[in-house]
Design a protein around this ligand. Structure first.
Ligand code: ZN
Length: 324
């Protein structure tokens, strides 16, 4: 998990609000219309209308994850709806229509993806999630995972901080699992660093000569229960190693890549890196880290982690094997 750090999130969230409200009829108008119902539904829609409408810079559409969770608790305590249950299927579907995530995604999905500029999946750091379009021609963009899933929380399906750009594998693995910031890591708030680290476990020294069956990749979660849970849900060890629990039909996953990092560590020792840096300083390299990045073809500094796939793995293995 790589944290999504951006300086302009608040400004983007405000523009997101304007985009959502540009639909006709506006979301707030749709909620106001639904408030004409009677009984508990009237109260619920009235509350939603009040919470969605931008008042004093606050709206459910741009609230922070902490505030979204306060709202979840407030709604649950006040109205007692559990939209994940079948008996609320009709109301859930109605809310999904009112919030119309699919309509929003069709109109503004590329805008949001382009503005966020998240080019590697924050959940797995294994897949590129470029946004590419030519004029009106849309080619590819990340999917948006709903941190608070659309089934249980349909009224949060357009909330800015609930839309996490991610790869389709992670989006599918997460599915409708019930996430919260107390139990799970929210990519806008935290990442794995500096607690969790990938480590290697060699069953035989032959791994170093290229036998990927003799090496295993482990994610040391540092005893953090949130990271542990996250790694389990997104199947990180399985995907990085390329095998399931039984090791049947195994592929090398990213173990062959790790062996290359170790081999490079042995060839390009610290003295060699120093020499390369001194020779090409000012031409190819500004810092010594630039030299290591060139050797490993990946970023090894904290701020570079979101730029390339497998950067976290590269950084950790590099540190484990001493190429710093
Ligand atoms: Zn992913």
């Amino acid at each position: 998990m790589i944290r999504i750090k951006r300086d302009n999130l608040n400004a983007l969230a405000r523009q997101h609000y304007i985009n959502v409200e540009s639909f006709a009829p506006k979301l707030t108008e749709r909620l106001e219309e639904k408030s004409k119902k009677s009984g508990i539904l009237q109260s619920f829609y009235k509350q939603l209308f009040k919470d969605v409408k931008l008042t004093n810079g606050e709206s459910l559409l741009i609230s922070t994850p902490e505030k979204l969770e306060e709202k979840i608790i407030e709604y649950t305590n006040t109205f007692g709806f559990d939209f994940s249950k079948n008996i609320y299927k009709t109301l859930r579907r109605e809310l999904q229509k009112v919030f119309d995530y699919n309509g929003y995604a069709k109109e503004y999905g590329y805008w949001l993806a382009k503005e966020l500029n998240v080019n590697v999946c924050p959940y797995c750091n294994r897949q590129y999630t470029f946004t590419i379009s030519h004029g009106r021609k849309k080619i590819v963009r990340p999917e948006f995972d709903h941190f608070y899933n659309k089934k249980s929380y349909p009224y949060l399906s357009l909330s800015f901080y609930n839309l996490i750009p991610s790869c389709s594998i992670c989006n599918r693995l997460k599915g409708f699992k019930d996430f919260s910031i107390k139990k799970n890591i929210h990519p806008y708030l935290k990442g794995f660093t500096p607690i969790a680290k990938f480590e290697t476990k060699l069953t035989d020294i032959e791994a170093i000569w290229g036998d990927s069956d003799k090496i295993e990749l482990l994610l040391n979660t540092g005893g953090n229960p949130l990271i542990k849970k996250n790694a389990k849900i997104f199947k990180l060890e399985e995907l990085y190693n390329g095998y399931g629990a039984t090791r049947k039909n195994n592929v090398s996953g990213h173990r062959d890549y790790v062996i290359e990092i170790i081999q490079k560590r042995l060839i390009y020792n610290s003295t060699y890196i120093d020499e390369l840096f001194e020779t090409y300083q000012g031409i190819f390299f500004k810092t010594r880290e630039d030299t290591v990045r060139l050797v490993l073809s990946n970023y090894v500094t904290e701020d570079g982690l979101e730029k390339r796939v497998l950067s976290k793995l590269t950084k950790d293995i590099n540190e484990e094997w001493g190429l710093i």
